[in-house]
Design a protein around this ligand. Sequence first.
Ligand SMILES: CCCCC/C=C/C(=O)SCCNC(=O)CCNC(=O)[C@H](O)C(C)(C)COP(=O)(O)OP(=O)(O)OC[C@H]1O[C@@H](n2cnc3c(N)ncnc32)[C@H](O)[C@@H]1OP(=O)(O)O
Length: 303
Amino acid sequence: MALLAGLRVPARSLLRAGARLRDAALGRWERAAGGGGDGARSFGSQRVLVEPDAATGVAVMKLWNPPVNSLSLDLLTELVISLEKLENEKTFRGIILTSDLPGIFSAGLDLTEMCGRNPAHYAEYWKALQELWLRLYQTHLVVIAAINGASPAGGCLLALSCDYRVLADNPKFIIGLNETLLGIVAPFWFKDTMINTIGHRATERALQLGLLFRPAEALQVGVVDQVVPEGQVQGAALSAMTQWLAIPDHARQLTKSMMRKATADRLLTQREADIQNFVSFLSRDSIQKALQVYLEKLRQKKG
Ligand SMILES: CCCCC/C=C/C(=O)SCCNC(=O)CCNC(=O)[C@H](O)C(C)(C)COP(=O)(O)OP(=O)(O)OC[C@H]1O[C@@H](n2cnc3c(N)ncnc32)[C@H](O)[C@@H]1OP(=O)(O)O
């Protein structure tokens, strides 16, 4: 709780109010001044701020969906649009993906999109998630995750879909695919993305146990490539970017495609079936109950 003009106001409400104010003030991020170097203007949407630097060809993409950057339908849609926009600009060769919320990279899929809705909504939501993953995983741009906060489940998937991961060293910044802890199952393409990063055995253990790794463990198992002190994440990501961008684009892009195509194709060939699986899984009473109990626990945590 925080004290405001003699009233006791929950800290979270203040954060939300502040968030709304900032949103209004920035006019959906379309700031005339722009944050990018070389005269490039910031652009983006309500939940995704893009700071392009035309001089280096690198854009910093910041997630901002308070309170925890959960991957709501809106955020997924806005991410796809921002990514597509950068891909279509010849000037850009790399993206640093990070969060604009303190202490949170992304809390993963938005549980409120998965609870108490109708099958059509679940289908639309899952299709949007597939869309984002397919685009992020296969983009010809170099994408480096500057993970400056907790990154469970879908948040971890986002990071794993990038080319390189830098994590800030804070024991609260856990990362992993913890779906089993919620009584749900990580889909095959989440699993494949992790296998491609840390191997089969480490993935099997991580997925069955729903492991959320602290920075040192995440580095050891290979979920992230680098751990740096808090405050140095973006700088370290930019340094890593220099190395990636030193490679001729065509050679690196063809290699990326060669490494990732089979995994992406596996989803592409069964997209509709994957949506139907998700809808029917989520429509089970037992799953709805498990998700509601989990969400309730999260809500009561601070009480
Ligand atoms: C069925 C097929 C499988 C699909 C695959 C699923 C993938 C997923 O991604 S499922 C989502 C998994 N995510 C999690 O398990 C993370 C849950 N959240 C947390 O552990 C924590 O919130 C945190 C570590 C990310 C941040 O902690 P903290 O800063 O202490 O914030 P609070 O826990 O107090 O949460 C604040 C606020 O946000 C709500 N919330 C948290 N996570 C989610 C979420 N994933 N979706 C929707 N809402 C979320 C939380 O309930 C609080 O709400 P209020 O009480 O209304 O303020």
